[in-house]
Design a binder for this molecule. Structure first.
Ligand code: NDP
Ligand code: 2IT
Length: 448
C-alpha cells in the first residue's frame, strides 16, 4: 500500500521537516498513515479536530543528564529520555529502554506506537516511553543501581501513579525496576503504583514477567485459528533471548510447537531437537551471558555468528522478539522461500517496510507488534488495577484476563480490517482500531 491521500502526505511532510534525523519515528508514522487513509476519507470530523497533527507531536519530551560513578570512581554521563506522547485515554504508560543505541528517534517511535497499542488493550492507558543510551552489558550490580538511582532522581519529577507509569523494556527487568522504585519511594516518600513490572514482594503482578511472550502466543494462536491453523507440530524460530523471547518460546512449546532457534545480538543457536529453555534461562536470566554458551548444555546444537542469519532457518512460524528493524526484506524473503507462512511480532517494529511488503506479497499471516505484543502492557495495566485495589490476583486469574484481552485484540484487528475493506490485513486493523478510541477521546476533550 502507498500513501496517496493528499492531506496525510502533507502532514507527513511537516513531520519530516520538523523531525529531521528521526528515521525510526518517521517509519512508524508512515506505516500508520498508510493504513489510516480509508478512515480519513470517511471521517472529515477527525481531520477538522486536528487529531492527526496532534497525534504526531508528543505532549511533552524530557531529555536529561544522567551522571553516575562507576566502580573505579570515574564519573560517567549518559543521556536520559522520557517522551510523554499521548494522555487522551489515560496516564502515560510505557517502558524504559537501556541500550547504547537509544536516541530521541527510537524513544519517539516507541512512544507513538505505544499510544495505539495501549488503546488496543481496552485499558485506560495513554502512551509514553523512556530510556537512556546507557549500556548495561558488563556493568556490576552496584553500577546498575547507581545509574538507575541517578536516572530516577530526575525522572521522579515527571512521573506518578496517575500521571505517567514506566515499566521495563530492553535492558530493564525486575532488577532495574526495583532500583527505580526504591529511589522514587525514597525521594517522594510515597509507596504507590508508579512503576509496573515490580517484584512480587512489593506490589508486582504475577504473570507480568511472562505476559508479553505468552500474550504474543495467545494472539498468534487466534490468528492461526482464524485461518485454519494452529501451533501444533509447527516449527518455530524466535529471535532474541530476552524477556519476550524466553516466554514466547515457553508458550509456543506448551501449545505444541517446536522452537528450533533463538538469538542474541552476536549470533543464533539452532537446535533441531527443540530449544532447551532451561538452559537459555540459566544463561540469560541467571548468568547474563552470551547465547553461544548454549553449546555447553547441548553439544549437538549449532551456533552461528550474526543474528540476522536466523531468518535463513527453515520454519513455519517466525516470532521476531529482539529489536526494531531486525527482519528486513532479505530476511523476509528467506523465510518465505523456506515455507514460513506466519510472522508475528513480539518486538516493537521488528520488520522493515520491505519485509512487510514481502509478507503481503506472499500472502503470509502477519501479526503486527502493536497488537501481538500488547500483552505486556496489558498486564502492566492489570498490575496498576491490583495496586489501586491494594489486592493481588493469582497467576491463573491474571493469565486468564491476559488471554481474554489478547483474544479481544485479535477480534478487533480482524473486524476493523474487514470494516475498512482490507480483510486479513491485521496491521491496518490494529492501527485503525487503536486509532479510533484515541481519536474519539481527543475530539471529545477539545484542542488540548
Ligand atoms: P531484553 O533486554 O530482555 O532482551 C532483548 C533481546 O534482544 C536480547 O536477546 C538482545 O540481545 C536482543 N537485542 C537487543 N538489541 C538488539 C540489537 N540491536 N540487535 C540484535 N539483538 C538485539 O528485552 P525484551 O525482551 O524486554 O524486549 C525485546 C523486544 O520486545 C523489544 O523490541 C521491546 O521493545 C519489545 N517489547 C517488550 C515488552 C516487555 O514487556 N518487556 C513488551 C512489548 C514489547 P543482547 O543481549 O545481545 O543485547
Ligand atoms: O513495549 C511495551 O509495550 C513495553 N515495553 C511494556 C510497557 C509497559 O508499560 O508494560
Amino acid at each position: 500500500m502507498k500513501l496517496t491521500n493528499e492531506y496525510l502526505l502533507n502532514v507527513l511532510k511537516a513531520v519530516e521537516k520538523r523531525n529531521p534525523n528521526e528515521p525510526e519515528f518517521i517509519q512508524a508514522v508512515t506505516e500508520v498513515f498508510v493504513t489510516l487513509q480509508p478512515v480519513i476519507e470517511k471521517r472529515p470530523d477527525v481531520v477538522e479536530a486536528g487529531v492527526i497533527e496532534r497525534l504526531v507531536e508528543p505532549e511533552r519530551q524530557i531529555i536529561f543528564r544522567v551522571p553516575w560513578v562507576d566502580d573505579s570512581g570515574a564519573v560517567k554521563v549518559n543521556r536520559g529520555f522520557r517522551v510523554q506522547f499521548n494522555s487522551a485515554i489515560g496516564p502515560y504508560k510505557g517502558g524504559i529502554r537501556l541500550h547504547p543505541s537509544v536516541n530521541l528517534s527510537i524513544i519517539k517511535f516507541l512512544g507513538f506506537e505505544q499510544t495505539f497499542k495501549n488503546s488496543l488493550t481496552t485499558l485506560p492507558m495513554g502512551g509514553g516511553k523512556g530510556g537512556s543510551d546507557f549500556d548495561p552489558k558488563g556493568k556490576s550490580d552496584a553500577e546498575i543501581m547507581r545509574f538507575c538511582q541517578s536516572f530516577m532522581t530526575e525522572l521522579s519529577r515527571h512521573i506518578g501513579a496517575d500521571c505517567d507509569v514506566p515499566a521495563g523494556d530492553i535492558g530493564v527487568g525486575a532488577r532495574e525496576v526495583g532500583y527505580f522504585f526504591g529511589q522514587y519511594k525514597r525521594l517522594r516518600n510515597e509507596f504507590t503504583g508508579v512503576l509496573t513490572g515490580k517484584g512480587l514482594t512489593y506490589g508486582g503482578s504475577l504473570a507480568r514477567k511472562q505476559a508479553t511472550g505468552f500474550g504474543l502466543c495467545y494472539y498468534t494462536n487466534e490468528m492461526l485459528k482464524a485461518n485454519g491453523k494452529s501451533f501444533k507440530d509447527q516449527t518455530v524460530v524466535v529471535s532474541g533471548s530476552g524477556n519476550v523471547a524466553i516466554y514466547a518460546c515457553e508458550k509456543a512449546t506448551e501449545l505444541g510447537a517446536k522452537v528450533v532457534a533463538m538469538s542474541d545480538s552476536n549470533g543464533y543457536v539452532y537446535d533441531k531437537d527443540g530449544i532447551d529453555l532451561d538452559a537459555i534461562k540459566q544463561i540469560k536470566e541467571v548468568e547474563r551471558k552470551r547465547i553461544s554458551e548454549y553449546l555447553k548444555y547441548r553439544p549437538n546444537a549449532e551456533y552461528h555468528e550474526g543474528s540476522k542469519n536466523i531468518w535463513t532457518v527453515k520454519c513455519d512460524i517466525a516470532l521476531p522478539c529482539a529489536t526494531q528493524n531486525e527482519l528486513d526484506g532479505v530476511g523476509a524473503k528467506a523465510l518465505a522461500d523456506n515455507g514460513c507462512y506466519c510472522v508475528s511480532e513480539g518486538a516493537n517494529m521488528p520488520s522493515t517496510p520491505e519485509a512487510i511488503e514481502v509478507y503481503f506479497a506472499k500472502g503470509m499471516l502477519y501479526g503486527p507488534a502493536k497488537a501481538a505484543n500488547a500483552g505486556g502492557v496489558a498486564t502492566s495495566g492489570l498490575e496498576m488495577t491490583q495496586n489501586s485495589m491494594r489486592l493481588s490476583w493469582t497467576f491463573e486469574e491474571v493469565d486468564e484476563k491476559l488471554k481474554g484481552i489478547m483474544v479481544s485484540i485479535f477480534k478487533a484487528c480482524d473486524e476493523y480490517s474487514k470494516a475498512y475493506g482490507m480483510p486479513g490485513n491485521y496491521m491496518a486493523g490494529a492501527n485503525i482500531a487503536g486509532f479510533m478510541k484515541v481519536a474519539e477521546s481527543m475530539k471529545a476533550q477539545g484542542a488540548v
